[in-house]
Ligand binder design. Sequence first.
Ligand SMILES: [Zn+2]
Length: 67
Amino acid sequence: MEARGAEKEWKCQHWWIIDEKDIGHCKYCPAVRDFGKEREAWLRRHKEAVRALGAIGVKRSLRPWSK
Ligand SMILES: [Zn+2]
């Protein structure tokens, strides 16, 4: 087996720096993620839970990607 390129591939854990437009830029690699869109999708998926929580003050904590 010679095709072992994956071995060289560096797996970035991604350290997201999120700007005011909710676009995340990784601190360590050129990766970009649209967190605004992802949050929308996430919110849609968790609509029931969000409603149950009362939506007030919850927005800030609706960032499952940041611990
Ligand atoms: Zn990265």
